[in-house]
Design a protein around this ligand. Structure first.
Ligand code: KIV
Length: 275
């Protein structure tokens, strides 16, 4: 299996071959993703919800991201690993942004970072790219802006947000991003942006015409039932299989059908004889 780099992303934009991305936050899952042929792993700050049980991504820290990214990097050897820059790590100036991105690469062993926003983060993207760190942008529904949007809302439904998305897409490309995630963007607008850009677009709730797709792995494996977004397809029902496995284990222990002889260690039982 070949190692995926930012060059692979550029090549696929040229050839039209679709790119795949999946979130991942731990070593065991990273090893499984590594065997699948998926092109890239996003260590997303969605881990705030899926792994840590927060209501949104705002409480996720840089140290959280480094911790999870390093675990993923130990397990996945082939995909391009992109790590999210969490809330408040790139909005206080370009120096802070570069320092935070640098930690995700040096300590989190990611290959690239992702940050949310368009025109307003152009300078941060330029500065991080100048520090030789590839940047994936993220426009549309940007979850770190949940309080500004007044909820998790599809973007690009009125003229103002259509114009903003077109401007954002151009801005991140000009700033040097190697790819852009588009979240919850109406499919015709996502197609227009994809046709307009020379960098690949990775859609999540943005239709089939994006250059690639990303999904949260717990969503697409049917593991996270709290809320299933409209754009998610469940490709497996691992949650049900896990609950069944947990129940069977619980029953087996309580019925004394587990452990059996095959799970035991033997010893010289004369050692137990009374002296
Ligand atoms: O954090 C994340 O998982 C993301 C995806 C939803 C694109 O940013």
């Amino acid at each position: 299996m070949k190692n995926i780099t930012v060059n692979t992303f550029r090549e696929h934009k040229q050839t039209g071959e679709k790119l795949t991305m999946i979130t991942c936050y731990d070593y065991t899952t990273a090893k499984l993703v590594d065997q699948s042929g998926i092109d890239s792993i996003l260590v997303g700050d969605s881990l705030g919800m899926t792994m840590l049980g927060y209501d949104d991504t705002l409480s996720v820290t840089l140290d959280d991201m480094i911790h999870h990214s390093a675990a993923v990097a130990r397990g996945a050897k082939h995909p391009l690993i992109i790590c999210d820059m969490p809330f408040m790590t790139y909005s206080t100036g370009t120096r802070d942004a570069v320092m935070a991105a640098g930690r995700l690469i040096q300590e989190g062993h990611a290959h690239a970072v992702k940050l949310e926003g368009g025109t307003e983060v152009q300078e941060e993207i330029k500065a991080i790219v100048a520090a030789k760190i590839p940047v994936c942008a993220h426009i549309g529904l940007t979850p770190q802006s949940v309080n500004t949007f007044g909820g998790f809302k599809v973007q690009g439904k009125d003229q103002a947000t259509v114009d903003k998305l077109l401007a954002d897409a151009k801005a991140v490309e000009e700033a040097g991003a190697f790819a852009v995630v588009m979240e919850c963007v109406p499919a015709p607008l996502a197609k227009k942006i994809t046709d307009m850009l020379t960098i690949p677009t990775i859609g999540i709730g943005a239709g089939v015409d994006c250059d690639g797709q990303v999904l949260v792995y717990q969503d697409m494996l049917g593991m996270f039932g709290d809320f299933v977004p409209k754009f998610v397809k469940q490709f497996a029902h691992i949650g049900e299989a896990m609950v069944k496995g947990f129940k069977d284990y619980d029953d087996a222990v309580k019925n004394k059908t587990f452990p059996t002889k095959e799970h035991e260690f033997t010893m010289d039982t004369t050692l137990l004889e009374e002296k």
